[in-house]
Design a binder for this molecule. Structure first.
Ligand SMILES: Nc1nc2c(ncn2[C@@H]2O[C@H](COP(=O)(O)OP(=O)(O)O)[C@@H](OP(=O)(O)OP(=O)(O)O)[C@H]2O)c(=O)[nH]1
Ligand SMILES: Nc1nc2c(ncn2[C@@H]2O[C@H](COP(=O)(O)OP(=O)(O)O)[C@@H](OP(=O)(O)OP(=O)(O)O)[C@H]2O)c(=O)[nH]1
Lengths: 192, 192
């Protein structure tokens, strides 16, 4: 997605060989017009997949997911990393391991909002080692929902997540796939 | 806002005299079309306020804020309750007290995204005792930004937050103001 790649090149900051900071438009400040473009792009790529619902994870996944849900006209459910005032029981939960923190965290959704009747698009802002996406896949398997595919805004193609998820047969659509960050610059993968 | 009030009446669950659950369209599952309507409503109510930016708080504030930002064509910044991989220094922070948990939590934004040049609309999903909004007001005062006003999706008018914020002279726009939950039903305040 060219307008996204341009934004990454002009506003992204390469913090290390493995971390790209895009706080100015995706992870802290959000560019709503760009989010709407992202929503339209995902809706286009997943047209005909009969999606009934989108599943994402708080917090950075919410804006891209809601714009995609707006274009596809489907509800969006965001999994929580902590229980909330109203999310307390009848949950589907999964463990998500953090390589950086070397600890597992539980993500949950209410059983009320995803059922075996649903065909779900999983979405997230970043795909790195894939733990968050595998957690959401686990949740959808518990709910016996059909998984339409996975929509990712920025994939770090040099990390394992994308490869592992595709090897399991899931359809992954990535809007910007980064081949490397290792010279302080962003290098995108060549698109086929 | 009638379509929102209808949604609250048909899908909201009164959990107690003080808590309304709206997980099916605002706090866990999100209705993107309703969020777009909410965005247009806030944009209409704050037209002519010269807003340059919206400030909200993760997670439930994000969807309404991003839709409002889309209609007003301004960026949206969400304050974080915990540091993240890329939000670590040069922060404005404020304490937000929780009456339920009887503890304070720190919320933060990067100094990069709000300046004294900004005119900011504060937004949140619920207004109860107002601690989250006062935290965001504190942050904006540190940044020396002008505060255009506060946009709230659901206000519990029987709690103190709305009164305290208005008494300080801030312009508050609420889309659904609840007079009481105390008979197991939602009773809205009469609109002037
Ligand atoms: N900016 C940025 N973020 C990255 C990058 N790689 C991973 N992340 C984000 O970091 C968080 C993952 O951290 P951990 O759970 O500690 O996982 P990890 O060490 O195994 O990667 C996730 O944030 P999250 O759950 O999405 O948090 P939130 O932003 O939704 O609150 C993920 O999206 C990167 O290169 N740049
Ligand atoms: N559903 C619902 N939520 C209410 C109600 N009253 C307050 N809240 C939400 O509860 C959270 C506040 O909890 P505390 O910080 O413990 O504050 P409190 O005890 O002083 O009210 C906030 O969630 P938050 O920060 O917005 O969390 P998040 O949803 O963004 O993650 C607030 O929006 C209510 O009647 N119904």
């Amino acid at each position: 997605m060219d307008v996204l790649k341009q934004k990454i090149l002009s506003e992204g900051k390469v913090l290390s060989d493995t971390v790209l900071k895009v706080d100015s438009f995706l992870n802290h400040q959000i560019d709503p017009v760009l989010m709407q473009e992202i929503g339209k792009e995902f809706a286009q790529r997943f047209k005909g997949f009969d999606i009934t619902k989108i599943l994402t994870l708080e917090s950075s996944g919410i804006a891209p997911a809601v714009m995609t849900g707006l274009t596809l006209d489907v509800p969006v459910v965001f999994a929580r990393k902590r229980k909330s005032l109203t999310l307390t029981d009848h949950l589907y939960s999964a463990e998500v391991y953090s390589f950086t923190k070397k600890e597992s965290n539980e993500i949950s959704i209410s059983q009320d909002f995803i059922s075996s009747e649903d065909t779900v698009l999983i979405m997230d802002d970043f795909l790195a080692n894939g733990q968050a996406v595998f957690g959401m896949i686990d949740i959808l398997k518990q709910a016996k929902a059909r998984i339409a595919g996975i929509g990712i805004v920025i994939e770090k193609g040099f990390q394992e997540g994308g490869k592992k998820i595709r090897q399991q047969g899931y359809h992954v659509e990535t809007l910007a796939n980064i081949a490397k960050l290792s010279d302080g610059n962003v290098t995108f993968k060549k698109e086929e």
